[in-house]
Design a protein around this ligand. Sequence first.
Ligand code: ACO
Ligand code: ZN
Length: 515
Amino acid sequence: MPTRDTSAEAGTPDVQAGEKSIATIATLRVGVKLYVYHENSKEHRLAEILSIQTRKGTPHYYVHYEEFNKRLDEWVPPTRLDLAKEVEWPRPDRPAKKPEKVAKASTPRETPTSTTARVPKRPRRGDSLGPGTPTLVQKGSNKKARTSALPEDDLVVQSETVGDVGTPEDEEVDEESVEIDPKAAAARATPAKQSGASGTPETFSKEHEIEKLRTSGSMTQSAHEISRVRNLSKLQIGKYEVEPWYFSPYPVEYTEEEMVFICEFCLSYFGEEKRFQRHRTKCTLLHPPGNEIYRDSAVSFFEIDGRRQRTWCRNLCLLSKCFLDHKTLYYDVDPFLFYIMTTRDEYGCHMIGYFSKEKESAEGYNVACILTLPQYQRHGYGKLLIAFSYELSKREGKLGSPEKPLSDLGLLGYRAYWQDTIVDLLLSNKGLETTIDELASLSAMTTQDVIHTLQNLNMLRYFKGQHVICLTDAILSQKQKQVEKQKIKGKRTLDPELIQWKPPVFTAANRTWNW
Ligand code: ACO
Ligand code: ZN
């Protein structure tokens, strides 16, 4: 899809920044906010132009709808713009961004590479194994750790149900009001052709990979600008075609392809189908390259050390960045373990999702990144991944919590898991006293997460001079509905007995296996 960035050529209107006035196609530029027809909701919505490109002589606009998640950003033709209404010109404190050359973007600056060295050669098209992928790390620091002034020890469970009143105020600020339309968040994943055999990735040195990334021009781009525009059109992963949600720093060549082919076993990527097919005849990998530490009739879990499987783990991060917006990129996969959940069939173990975990987390996080591939989302796999992460924490004798900040979907998934877990624990313990600490130690959730879950569910009350946990009518009827739904749809569960895992021990020097 040949494109030409024309945003620099767009005429600048004779208006002050921040002002509103009528625009024309000729005066539109990056940073302008205007009404754009949004097909899902079938109405015009306020959106900001993030990039402009000309395709076959017609300008196209990459727009971000206000108050919508970035994954709904899209390219629209001029016919979708409402130019009868006034547009808002970029404000002085947010000057029109420089043109965003999406097709030239490859790697955000966060990668710890030096910006001084120059490497003349560009990576070959179709050579997917070289530009190793950065690790995903959180963009914001976790300064907003959850706090609560509630006493934790004098809490008891009140077994009779009470009405839905007297909610304690929720202190969370950044994690509130997340309600997502399942349709809006749903992945657009469709079955594609099934691929054949498989193979093992070659390995490149870190220096080599960094050099290759540099040659793709990334260092001359502003990371902020690059990452605002989705750069890949479509991915083929196994038998599915999936549309990426966000920018991911695949090498520049791939951004020009209509489809990027991912080998679902070694996670190598290819811009050309022929190369991909050739790779498939050579690739011998049939499951993630690590130890299978869990197997039941439905799924398996594999544990992978980032230090031992750098290329594979970097390729995984690169792929998952397509669906994780709030993580920035870092090069070093060594300090992480990756837990990959797969389904099995006669062709091999197909990845459903994964979570990564720091070998040592100073903050006590038990998950760094978590992802269910879009084609498998909303089938209960996210809860299974989360459940697995807490089972590992139980084996470690630790309480854990996911790395913050959580994404919108991450928060929804965790809240759903936390609610299920706590309500189930209370129901199984009905009539008996329990404390926040007890709930935490039984679930491996931090006491803060327990308290916040109870608060969110309106289950913490002050009663006759002490705090009590109440199973409210609302919660019980919600639980009843869920049980009925699960009777029809079935429920995915984990059997902790089947986990074959002991907490690994790492040397301080390299945070790798102590063998
Ligand atoms: N809209 C509303 N609720 C949702 C949605 C949605 N789109 N997705 C999940 N939920 C809630 C629901 O309550 C759901 O339970 P229900 O289906 O019984 O109602 C619950 O979350 C769990 O759903 P699962 O099917 O178990 O979860 P899924 O397999 O879809 O995975 C996950 C959840 C991992 C967060 C997935 O959405 C994902 O990969 N998102 C993209 C990557 C991401 O944002 N990861 C989290 C980042 S935070 C971090 O890494 C620490
Ligand atoms: Zn392969």
